[in-house]
Design a protein around this ligand. Structure first.
Ligand code: PGA
Length: 247
């Protein structure tokens, strides 16, 4: 799966142009493998603009609960507006909004209750990477977020090293492949039903490096920020992915 993470970007006008270009140019056979996570306020608009397609729509975050929590959006609301999935634990949520693994676990449970596919984002900081702690950090991020939860078939993890997001610095594709294999093992060993997750890579994916990532065995797709804001640039990456998975 390839997911566009628009973060706090987009407007009614720019979204309209983006969707027009996307729908006219996206290969039909791949469209159900594409996800778009616009701002929560624009989900209804995007849903309507793309209603004739099988593209998946997601929300970038949900709160762990509904009710008296001013400013929050809960899983049921996201599902009600037509979302298929929710990102959970993006590093910007962890760093800027101080979200901890224990809260992310509640969000995963909440997503499942609302019938949303949770996409758990994990990743180490530069400091953790330089200290050689990557695997330990990822393992604890996973274990603390999914222990004793019945994760379902299709559970997805997005591995996004914090130091690769929006920086142009990326790990070597082969190193990511090894990390993804590790992530799959950790999730599978935590899973009560032996679920092996899909693992997406995210962090400075562009047209020029996407082929190198997507040819790796354990990289099942990508979570794309900056390069997804321009529909043309995004479609170039989608086309590369499409060619590789259909050949
Ligand atoms: P980037 O962002 O592609 O701009 O590095 C990825 C993400 O934060 O999901």
């Amino acid at each position: 799966m390839i997911i566009a993470n628009w973060k706090a970007n987009g407007s009614l006008l720019s979204n309209q142009k983006w969707c027009k270009f996307f729908i006219e140019n996206c290969p039909k056979e791949i469209i159900s493998n594409i996800g778009i996570a616009p701002s929560a306020l624009h989900i209804g608009q995007i849903k309507k603009l793309l209603e004739s397609s099988d593209v998946k729509i997601g929300i970038q975050d949900i709160d762990a609960e509904g009710g008296p929590r001013t400013g929050s959006i809960c899983g049921e609301m996201a599902a009600d507006t037509g979302c298929d999935f929710t990102l959970i634990g993006h590093s910007e949520r962890r760093i800027l909004f101080k979200e901890k693994n224990v809260l992310l676990k509640q969000k995963i449970e909440s997503a499942y209750q609302a019938n949303l596919q949770p996409i758990l984002c994990i990743g180490e900081t530069l400091e953790e990477n330089e200290q050689g702690n990557t695997m330990d950090i990822l393992k604890s991020q996973i274990e603390e977020a999914i222990s004793n939860i019945t994760i379902k078939e299709g559970f997805t993890v997005a591995y996004e090293p914090v130091w690769a997001i929006g920086t142009g610095n990326t790990p070597k594709p082969n190193d990511i492949n090894v990390i993804h294999e590790f992530i799959k093992d950790v999730v599978q060993s935590q899973s009560l039903d032996d679920v092996v997750p899909s693992v997406l890579y995210g962090g400075s994916i562009h047209e020029s490096n996407s082929e190198d990532f997507f040819t790796e065995k354990n990289i099942d797709g990508g979570l794309i920020g900056g390069a997804s804001l321009d529909a043309k640039e995004f479609l170039k990456i989608v086309n590369i992915y499409s060619r590789l998975i259909t050949q």
